[in-house]
Ligand binder design. Structure first.
Ligand code: ADE
Length: 349
């Protein structure tokens, strides 16, 4: 890749870029939020979250001081909740140093929780026009084809090599447009099945030259995700439902869930379990099955509604409205809630 290729890429970007809200700002705080949301999440999914988040938390101080409950509710459904917690941890660290913005300081930024080399590069290049490369999955896909990269693109060694290749190419151009043009090319043209006729880099791309595009990027074979079987209980008492706060560590930490056990119960086993636990119920019914894939595991759930005679002591029973508006319930349990709603609609039709 030469300067001339970068010129072609920048021209292509100018003519083809999507109109995205974080492209209308130079506020490093807003760019940080967008880049964090965009990690592992598609642009279409992020858009409404980004707008709502910044409406409620327009400044770094707002993020540093919001309650964790409210923060997680704003993040509900985006997944990878540690991203939200790290955003707040980082905001608190900066706010404690009387900083109400993200400074253009690589050393400081890279020490903050949740901010890795990609995010540092994105903040510095996009918000501050500093020549610091930002290499995410999109960019690696492009580079792995341009250079027919034979090594695992997720290795640190490969990332470092490409950072050194990109750095000098950022000179004399806008680092902001440089970063965003590579991201955009990876998102729109150099996709899983690339559209090479439309690519501004097809004249310097080794994979295009040898028609080996589909062989790149090379990745290690992924391990199979383990499957966990669970039974979920929708304990209902007078139109309130029992929810439960998960532990502060591990998967879905501190979020709310419907009570569940680690086994796939039949109706008979559910009755036996409730009897054993001395939970007195009027009715119990099987609502169906739900499955959900996390980054490192899959869940397979049997869902039962249990209509109680009285609430279970010391447990939290909440209304439909509160489930919707107050408590942060991760997607897997939102699917359970949706199943319950569908069953009710069937009953009443
Ligand atoms: N993915 C990661 N960063 C992005 C950006 N700034 N615009 C569009 N998609 C992205």
């Amino acid at each position: 890749m030469k300067k001339n290729d970068i010129q072609k890429l920048l021209l292509w970007y100018e003519q083809n870029k999507r109109d995205l809200p974080w492209r209308h700002t130079k506020d490093a705080y807003k760019i940080w939020i967008s880049e964090t949301m965009l990690q592992q999440t598609r642009v279409d999914t992020v858009l409404p979250y980004y707008e709502r988040f910044l409406k409620r938390l327009p400044t770094l101080k707002d993020l540093a001081t919001v309650s964790e409950e409210e923060l997680l509710k704003l993040w509900e459904g985006l997944g990878y909740y540690s991203r939200a917690r790290n955003l707040q941890k980082a905001a608190k660290i900066l706010w404690a140093q009387k900083l109400d913005f993200l400074p253009p300081d690589k050393n400081l930024l890279e020490k903050l929780p949740g901010i890795g080399p990609y995010t540092v590069g994105a903040i510095l290049s996009i918000a501050y026009d500093i020549e610091e490369p930002a290499i995410d999955g999109n960019v690696l896909r492009v580079l792995s084809r341009v250079y027919e990269e034979s090594e695992d693109i997720l290795s640190l060694k490969v990332r470092k090599k490409y950072a050194e290749i990109l750095r000098p190419l950022m000179k004399d151009v806008s680092p902001n447009f440089f970063t965003q043009s590579f991201i955009e090319l990876g998102a729109l043209v150099c996709t899983k099945v690339p559209v090479c006729q439309k690519c501004p880099l097809n004249t310097c791309c080794q994979a295009y030259k040898h028609q080996t595009m589909l062989c790149y990027p090379k990745k290690k074979v992924k391990k199979e995700k383990p499957i966990f079987f669970k039974t979920v209980f929708l304990f209902r008492y007078c139109d309130t439902f029992m929810i439960h706060k998960r532990l502060e560590n591990g998967l879905l930490a501190n979020l709310y869930e419907f009570p569940n056990v680690d086994a796939s119960f039949t109706l008979e086993e559910v009755c036996h379990y409730l009897h054993q636990k001395k939970i007195f119920y009027k009715d119990v019914s099987f609502l169906g099955e739900v499955s959900h894939v996390f980054s490192h595991q899959k869940w397979f759930l049997h869902v039962y509604e249990v209509v109680l005679e009285k609430p279970i002591l010391h447990e939290l029973f909440v209304t439909r409205e509160e489930i919707l508006k107050v408590y942060s319930i991760p997607t897997v349990f939102q699917k359970v809630w949706k199943l319950h709603k569908e069953n009710q609609e069937l009953e009443s039709s």
